[in-house]
Design a protein around this ligand. Structure first.
Ligand code: VGL
Ligand code: ZN
Length: 206
């Protein structure tokens, strides 16, 4: 069975949001066209408490974009984003939710970030997503969402590690490109790890 994984398609990652991904809004109609092609649709939601350690504002003298060490792990600092119960953390307007089976929240522990939809960045705790997919008999996952070079990439790499056949639908994702070329490097890394990369049209016409 195939599942569609919707990664962090939330207001704060859209143009005008706190951590805007360029053209992030353009994936919404593409994702909506893809949803009817799947038996199972699952979404992840970045869902931080306001004291989260990934927010530059919680570290005196630090700015967004800087790299620090957070409880033994390298941590990129971000603007305050996707704070629990705020509008910024809500899913993108226009994103169809009728077919969703479950939402998995991540980034809830202030002490550690969670880019992947499956585990925190230290692989200490599972969100339950992997167990859920297994329990439903899922063998292949198709990943879409924001941002290609962060949460999408880490979700894809964990899906491969967990043994799911893993596909990335390239035009249903957008990246941050904090450094020029980050998205292309992320695509190369995912491809090298065993992901097949396809377009929405290729999937829909299959
Ligand atoms: C993300 C940075 C911080 C993402 C989440 O969804 O890619 N990026 N939190
Ligand atoms: Zn976050």
């Amino acid at each position: 069975m195939n599942a569609l994984l919707l990664v962090d398609i939330q207001n704060d990652f859209l143009p005008g949001g706190a951590l805007a991904v360029p053209q992030g809004d353009l994936i919404v109609p593409v994702v909506n066209r893809l949803q009817p092609c799947f038996d199972l649709v699952v979404a992840t939601q970045d869902w931080h408490p306001c004291e989260h350690g990934s927010f530059a504002a919680n570290h005196p003298l630090r700015e967004p974009g800087e790299l620090i060490e957070l409880h033994g792990l390298p941590q990129r600092l971000w603007p305050i984003h996707c704070v629990q119960t705020t509008t910024g953390a809500e899913f993108a307007p226009g994103l169809n939710r009728e077919k969703w089976d479950r939402v998995f929240v991540k980034g809830v522990d202030p002490a550690i970030d969670s880019y992947s939809g499956f585990f925190d960045n230290g692989h200490r705790h599972s969100t339950g997503l992997g167990e859920y997919l297994r329990s439903k008999g899922v063998t292949a996952v198709f990943v879409v969402g924001l941002a290609t070079d962060y949460c999408v990439k880490f979700t894809v790499l964990d899906a491969l590690t967990l043994g799911f056949k893993t596909h990335l639908i390239e035009d249903a994702c957008r990246g941050v490109n904090l450094e020029p070329g980050d998205v292309d490097r992320a695509l190369d890394e995912m491809r090298a790890a065993g992901t097949s990369i396809l377009t929405a049209d290729q999937l829909i016409s299959q």
